[in-house]
Design a protein around this ligand. Structure first.
Ligand SMILES: Cc1ncc(COP(=O)(O)O)c(C=O)c1O
Length: 375
């Protein structure tokens, strides 16, 4: 049996016709940007998340960048962020003229936690850096300890920005991830929980001034026709993508349940392999909506190879932490600087996971893992 890591065609087979109709409607209408579909999607998703404003943008990366720029943080000031994340989280910090300071993560969840955040903050202050904000990532859909982290940020006078690109729909303490910071950024990249057929993203905030500024900045900083108040970007979302996203959003709750069922099936049938196979932990009082289902394993590369030979595709998110990447070398990090993150990169493995993965395929993955470890 061939089991792909992700097969987007299965979702398309489910509601592709509806998507095609929605796209044709936009094509025939002839409004391709800043139209009704964008407005409606923004309204629907702001209401779903529980934030006053939603601004559709061209990607999750652009959403993060626009938040950082719109906050007018002091030039060269430091932003604390995890090293165990997709490169975009750090890339935007440098692009916004700020200094990234990488924070270690708990190996058990893959997320930044308060003790590591405090440590990184104290070290940054000792070095004389002005720290202006924190970007917290809820990796794989697992909510970070956002309540503790937002309390810390309040006490220190730091902006908290949430990167929810992998966690749209996850919850902590009865609140949606993405409602704990001053603003949050999500991605609708095709592999995400709510995904477009191309690139798209969104900013969420309750702050009216910030929302208005980002709204202008994503349109070259224009506040009225051909009048530019801010340095902006071309960061609009397309009407076609919005129409697709609105169609898919109708299935979002249902797909969330499918994700939950698959995660449960994996978890319940892998948990007895502890300590050879470890499941990632979510905080108490949380409801993760997994975008990726990852485990921590011994002999990871050998297991991957074995699964590949059995027709099962797996992936490593992430094989190399950001603080050790060539582009961030100049910030002076050496191997050993963030030991939990570095160890996690050696043992993490993402299994096939998406709403339309079939139960028998999940069982086949579980059985092959057990076979490899001879348990
Ligand atoms: C954690 C994280 N941050 C940022 C991004 C960037 O989003 P995009 O690919 O839409 O630019 C992604 C996803 O790709 C991500 O996983």
């Amino acid at each position: 049996m061939e089991i792909p890591f992700l097969d987007l065609k299965r979702a398309y087979a489910r509601y592709g016709e509806e998507i095609e109709k929605a796209v044709i409607k936009v094509l025939r209408k002839g409004v391709y940007l800043n139209g009704e579909e964008t407005k409606a999607l923004e309204r629907e998703l702001a209401s779903y998340l529980g934030r006053r404003y939603a601004i559709g943008v061209s990607s999750g990366t652009e959403a993060l960048y626009l938040i950082l720029k719109a906050l007018s943080l002091p030039k060269g000031s430091a932003i604390l962020l995890p090293s165990f994340t997709f490169v975009a989280t750090a890339e935007v910090v440098v692009r916004a003229g700020l200094r990234p300071i990488f924070v270690d993560v708990e190996r058990e969840s893959g997320n930044m936690s308060l003790p590591y955040l405090e440590k990184a903050y104290d070290e940054a202050k000792k070095k004389g850096y002005k720290v202006s904000g924190v970007i917290v990532v809820s990796i794989f859909g697992i909510p970070a300890r956002l309540d503790e982290i937002s309390e810390f940020c309040k006490n220190k006078g730091l902006y908290l920005i949430e990167d929810i690109c992998q966690a749209f729909g996850s919850e902590l303490s009865g609140r949606k991830v993405g409602t704990f910071g001053v603003a949050s950024a999500t991605s609708f990249y095709p592999t995400k929980n709510l995904s477009a057929c191309g690139d798209a993203g969104m900013v969420f905030t309750d702050d009216e001034k910030l929302a208005k500024k980002i709204e202008a900045m994503k349109e070259h900083g224009q506040t009225k026709p051909y009048y530019y108040e801010y340095h902006g970007v071309n960061g609009r979302i397309d009407e076609i993508q919005c129409a697709i996203l609105r169609t898919k959003f109708k299935y979002f709750e249902e797909e969330g349940k499918l994700r939950e069922n698959i995660a449960k099936l994996y978890s319940e049938n892998l948990k007895d392999l502890f300590p050879i196979v470890k499941l990632l932990h979510s905080p108490p009082n949380s409801r993760p909506l997994f975008s990726l289902f990852s485990i921590r394993v011994k002999k990871r590369d050998e297991l991957m190879d074995f699964l590949k030979k059995s027709g099962i595709q797996t992936r490593v998110y992430y094989p190399q932490p950001l603080h050790l990447q060539p582009i961030y070398k100049r910030f002076g990090y050496k191997r050993g600087a963030l030991p939990e993150t570095e160890a996690l990169c050696e043992e993490i493995l993402s299994l096939p996971f998406y709403p339309y993965l079939r139960e028998e395929e999940v069982w086949a993955v579980i059985e092959k893992i057990r076979e490899f470890y001879k348990i």
